[in-house]
Ligand binder design. Structure first.
Ligand code: ARG
Length: 477
């Protein structure tokens, strides 16, 4: 804008600019150019266009059903909105920052297309209940996409577990070798976490799927609206109970971000293990080249970039959860402009989760297991020491004494470089005379894992049974 324009020019400009705004009636000067950009959300909320139109079509249909609009007005509005949706999808729609947000951009275009009837669409509604409806519709669709990706990831994990049900690796506590486990059992631990994430997502969906439309600005509307009609048209479970709550709370988005944070925490832990396991120090698994990248200076490098990036992205999703909690905490009832800030964290949490899930669901089935290397590692760290103690207990020794005896045997093993299974019977008998030749059955890796044969245990037979149960949970979705 030119500083040199005369005051009469400015007035003319003010009039046209304020008249452009759907709320411009009481204003006598145009919005400051910076404030206009600062308060606009169209750059990011235009992604709600599809659901904004979906909500508007239902609203217009309901208004006609209750006699607030005529059937012809309804039809004009729906036809106009449908054309606008197509314009947006063809990339022809001109978004205007001066029209602030997705809602006013679409409404202004509707009026430009169909004339005065376009101005009737907003009857009995406010942008406050409109935006709350749009976000819920949008999030509901994204939840369903994410749920499918979670299922795809779980299917990959379950098949990998089945394939590797009998593959033995060291199990860790404190990242120190603890007891032998099967790789299938380890992978099913990840499936359990993702299963709970799935359940949390479905639980969140129940609270997303409530219709706020009808709350209007905050107190409801004087028109004879019938919210059961919009509930039915938009596939919601029920209308919200309280108009003030409907337009103001974003707890459903916070809940989604809490789900997303937990999921990302799980994927981040999984990533950490893949990063460790692909290192030459562990050498437990190989990730196909298509999920890795190289180094521009060190020719030998193959880096597990996908797991590393997923681990890193968990930080930004946690940040979005905290952003939304903080956004909400100081707000008095009902709607405040603060809530416009709900979108970018929510959208980015959705995008990030979808990207990470796609990468993992694609990658998991192609994890190549280095069974020999895992087995060697399991043999190294005295992983059957507990089995030896249990063996002594079965033979009548109190557990604390058995612990002491095995501790001595391990001490000797550390000194001599021998694993328990490599020691002679005579040597083992120096630690306790009750040890006999059958001790070698429990000192083998297979003996150790097979002995843990109960629901939730690591025995290959239990892994196969757990795979069956996990598949039937998924089949029931
Ligand atoms: N762009 C706004 C948002 O995202 C829409 C609602 C604005 N309502 C209002 N009364 N200013 O929250």
């Amino acid at each position: 804008m030119s500083n040199q324009s005369s005051s009469s020019d400015t007035n003319v400009h003010a009039k046209t600019q304020t008249r452009e705004k759907p709320w411009g009636g009481r204003f006598t000067e145009p919005t400051d150019a910076f404030v206009e950009r600062f308060t606009a959300s169209v750059e990011f909320d235009k992604r709600l266009y599809f659901h904004d139109i979906q909500g508007s079509v239902a609203h217009a249909t309901m208004l006609a059903d209750v006699g607030v609009l005529t059937a012809a007005e309804r039809d004009d509005i729906i036809a106009g909105l449908t054309e606008i949706r197509e314009e947006i999808e063809r990339g022809e729609f001109v978004w205007s920052v001066s029209l602030e947000d997705v809602h006013m951009n679409i409404e202004a275009r509707l009026t430009a297309k169909i004339g005065i009837t376009g101005k009737k669409l907003h009857t009995g509604r406010s942008r406050n209940d409109q935006v709350a409806t749009d976000i819920r519709l949008y999030l509901r669709d994204e939840i369903d996409v994410i749920a499918e990706e979670l299922t795809r990831l779980q299917e990959g994990l379950i098949s990998l577990a089945e394939r590797e049900a009998g593959t033995i690796m060291p199990g860790f506590t404190h990242l120190q070798t603890a007891q032998p486990v099967t790789f299938g059992h380890h992978i099913l631990a990840w499936n359990e976490m993702i299963q709970r994430d799935y359940e949390r997502l479905q639980d969140c969906r129940k609270r997303v799927n409530i219709l706020p439309l009808g709350a209007a600005a905050l107190a409801g509307t004087t028109y004879p609206i019938d919210r059961t009609i919009t509930v039915r048209l938009l596939g919601f479970d029920r209308p919200s109970e309280n108009s003030l709550d409907s337009v103001s709370d974003r707890d459903f988005a916070i809940e989604f971000c809490a789900f997303a944070s937990l999921l990302m925490t799980h994927l981040s832990r999984f990533s950490e293990e893949l990063v460790l396991w692909t290192s030459s120090q562990f050498n437990f698994v190989n990730l196909p080249d298509r999920f890795c990248t190289g180094s521009s200076i060190m020719p030998q490098k193959k880096n597990p970039d996908v797991p590393e990036l997923v681990r890193g992205k968990s930080g930004r999703v946690n940040g979005h959860l905290i952003a939304l909690l903080t956004l909400m905490k100081g707000q008095p009832l009902a709607y405040n402009k603060d809530n416009q800030e709900d979108k970018e964290p929510l959208f980015d949490a959705i995008d990030t989760v979808k990207g990470c899930l796609k990468a993992y669901a694609d990658m998991v089935p192609s994890i190549e297991v280095k069974a020999d290397s895992m087995r060697e590692a399991a043999k190294r760290g005295f992983s059957t020491a507990t089995d030896l103690a249990d063996y002594l207990v079965v033979k009548g020794m109190p557990f604390r004494d058995a612990h002491e005896v095995v501790g001595k045997a391990v001490g000797y093993g550390v000194q001599s470089g021998l694993d328990l299974a490599d020691m002679s019977l005579e040597k083992l008998q120096e630690f306790s005379e009750i040890i006999t030749a059958d001790v070698f059955d429990v000192l083998t890796l297979e003996g150790s894992v097979n002995a843990r044969n109960h629901i939730g245990g690591t025995a290959p037979a239990q892994v196969i049974a757990a795979v069956g149960r996990a598949r039937s949970y998924i089949a029931g979705r």
